[in-house]
Design a protein around this ligand. Sequence first.
Ligand code: FAD
Ligand code: MLT
Ligand code: ZN
Length: 475
Amino acid sequence: PTGDRYNVSRLPFSEVTAQDLNYFEQVVPGRVVTDKEVLKSHNIDWLRTVRGNGKVLLKPRNTKEVSEILRYCNGRNLAVTPQGGNTGLVGGSVPVFDEIIISTALMDQVISFDNVSGALVCQAGCILELLNQYLERQGYTMPLDLGAKGSCHIGGNLATNAGGLRLLRYGSLRGSVLGLEAVLPDGSILNCLNSLRKDNTGYDLKQLFIGSEGTLGLISAVSILCPRKPNSVNVALLGCESFSRVLQVFTMCRDHLGEILSACEFFDAACMKVVKKHLKLSNPLPANNFYVLIETSGSSAYHDEEKLNNFLSKALDTSLITSGTVATDQSKIMSLWALRERITEALAHDGYVYKYDLSMPVEKLYELVEETRIRLGTAAKTVVGYGHLGDGNLHLNVTAESHSDTLMTALEPFVYEWTAMHKGSISAEHGLGFKKKDHIHYSKSREAVNLMQKIKRMLDPKGIMNPYKTIPSSE
Ligand code: FAD
Ligand code: MLT
Ligand code: ZN
């Protein structure tokens, strides 16, 4: 069905035969899934907007098994889709046609943790939240956090180069990842799994796999540098009248909170409405047009609270904020974070979601939401804007009762053209996957796309790794 809506044709890959299944059964005994019911959830994405027709799901436990699977599939010209927690938002994690799904669900072991350097080495299928819990027991934390933490795998996080809620503090995964191991489409194992902080010996090959969305190889293990768990965490939720005040709050909090600022997120009144309506969360503040969530993380509770309180009184005195609430205990911190983190989930309950993930100069962020709202009028059910203010990353989301070509035509290419006009990126952190690959030209030059296609052909000459995704096929 996905192929029809998006007008894609199946490439001439082989189809899985009984003989192939026999082979897989030898490589991953008892872990070859062909049950249609079980396959259903692996063939549909988290947003329930794209659906594939994969007939086989393989669950390797280790790198060697992945290698044997890929070597065989390459030889037989069978296409594959790597799948982690299947929480991706651009349709990259499910087959488009009958690609074989290779799940990392059973590759969930921590290999080592160095509690002096903070280097964690683990298999790709470890769930982000479980890794975080493991580290917290040892006084460390993961350098990334996102709403999907309970399901997403660290391999999937690397494959999408996920950003998330802690990027402002710890930077992109491109900086935190020390090494990785990947299985290439021909089954060979690329071992770049070192844990060194510094290593300038030749090209940094791991970067090629970070953000490659399963199109160049399957990431089988990861080495990642983890920071100490902060001793003191505070969260404040602030209400603002206008987006220009939101921007001033951002500037003021960087000024006043500097080194302890660990997150700065924003969302609009329409987001608050959907989390209240669909998830029954309550707003601790009087109604506002915009909300800013600020988190501080530091080593001294007294020092951090004093700084935060000074900032808040200044923001109130200068009327930058109309109201605010601060949380220092864990349960209130979590309930404030839920208002921001669970917007994605609330929108999924609201209807069919048209999701845009854009980065652009921060002062432009909300203009696009306002223009989109006017442009769509009553054709849309809800138009919301939220995102990672500190990273200049807007999530513009539109919901409607169901998918409609008319709404789609009103949104695209408008949203992409607007973003390109302001020198933004049409995918800040979610990747291109299946849904956005043909829009890459709004953000990358022809030369850059050509080079990507050459790299893809070199590593995957038969094109078996996650076909129809990320890079437009070369004409
Ligand atoms: P999947 O969805 O299974 O796969 C994603 C892509 O990676 C696919 O193309 C797949 O083929 C490939 N892949 C998966 N595993 C591997 C592997 N081992 N080797 C090679 N390729 C692989 N993203 C953000 O950046 N920031 C956020 O704040 C954020 N919040 C989210 C909140 C919610 C509620 C949800 C549902 C999603 C959110 N995301 C966010 C999207 C994000 O991309 C994913 O949550 C996450 O990074 C994907 O991990 P996964 O294991 O689910 O990967
Ligand atoms: C977020 O920031 O909440 C995530 O990127 C998910 C989304 O965009 O909805
Ligand atoms: Zn996000």
